[in-house]
Design a binder for this molecule. Structure first.
Ligand SMILES: Cc1cc2nc3c(=O)[nH]c(=O)nc-3n(C[C@H](O)[C@H](O)[C@H](O)COP(=O)(O)O)c2cc1C
Ligand code: SF4
Ligand code: SF4
Length: 273
């Protein structure tokens, strides 16, 4: 059973790829998280959990959800995070979390995907960078699926002590003070469709008079700004300069010819529906 959360589509892409390659079921956790639905999830196959990396760890609302939810049936859990290049201590913390739940941790893999986060000093990504990350990620899902099929363990790089010493005290402070929603606004292109409200995992958006209004509880996941069908959401001046990211917008880059590669097959399969 594959469980995932995805704000801008990268994790969803990896989860659905793995589901296809393993012939497994897939659950998008968004509605459970939004509704604080902690109902039991049962699986007779290993649990496979996919998440984006937020500030060197799993999103905090997601680790909170996993600490509380009852996962029953098979006790094995595989954990796959995707980041824009540095996954920090995500795997280390996940191992601790799932072991505390009495589960058998079957290892951790990290996949590098296009960066969905543009706030801060990050330069915009080129089209070539995005394309090569998507194609490499697709290949990596083949390897991950093979390992899981064979019952083996996933392996990731060694996490150094200094990474833990920096991240553990720093993250709660960053998450509390560095992710304000006050700079989000919707411009006149907004059609009042409510998608941003539906996609916010923290229910931080309400539609008032056909326009979104942001509250104070934001984790900068980028679901609202990345998925708005009218590209009507801005974050101060930053989004005007750097644009916004969603997997949907760039998935055409997987269609890189008919060379029989994993990515080409994926593109074909997605085209065929
Ligand atoms: C709030 C936030 C924090 C992030 N922190 C990191 C990070 O510490 N390291 C990193 O390499 N990428 C980081 N990223 C990038 C995402 O992990 C990456 O783009 C991921 O593929 C997004 O997945 P999604 O499209 O499923 O939401 C961050 C993204 C967000 C929104
Ligand atoms: S998703 Fe975009 S168009 Fe739809 S309500 Fe939100 S801001 Fe407006
Ligand atoms: S308001 Fe914040 S938490 Fe909600 S979707 Fe937008 S960026 Fe994500």
């Amino acid at each position: 059973m594959i469980l995932y959360f995805s704000a801008t589509g990268n994790t969803q892409f990896l989860a659905t790829e793995l589901a296809e390659k393993l012939g497994d079921d897939c659950i998008d956790l968004l509605s459970r998280i939004k509704n604080n639905d902690l109902s039991e999830i049962r699986s007779d196959r290993p649990f496979i959990i996919l998440t984006p990396v937020y500030v060197c760890e799993m999103p905090r609302f997601l680790s909170k959800y996993f600490r509380k939810v009852k996962l029953t049936g098979d006790r094995r859990v595989y954990f796959i995070a995707n980041s824009a290049g540095y996954g920090g201590i995500t795997g280390y913390l996940a191992k601790k979390l799932f072991r505390r739940k009495g589960m058998q941790f079957m290892g951790y893999s990290e996949v590098v995907m296009p960066r969905n986060y543009f706030i801060g000093h990050y330069p915009p990504q080129t089209r070539d960078e995005i394309q090569s990350r998507l194609i490499n990620a697709c290949r990596q899902t083949d390897e991950i699926a093979q390992t899981i099929k064979s019952g083996g363990k996933l392996r990731a790089r060694y996490v150094f002590m200094f990474e833990k010493l920096i991240t553990i005290p720093f993250n709660p402070v960053w998450s509390k003070y560095k992710m304000p929603a006050k700079d989000f606004f919707a411009n006149s292109k907004c059609i009042g469709c409510g998608k941003c409200e539906r996609l916010c995992p923290l229910n931080n958006i309400s539609i008032v008079g056909k326009k979104p209004k942001w509250g104070d509880n934001c984790t900068h996941c980028m679901a609202c700004i990345g998925n708005c069908p009218a590209e009507a959401i801005e974050y101060g001046n930053i989004s005007r300069e750097k644009g916004r990211y969603s997997f949907q917008k760039y998935k055409y880059l997987l269609n890189s010819g008919n060379d029989g590669s994993s990515a080409a097959k994926t593109a074909q399969r997605r085209k065929n529906g």
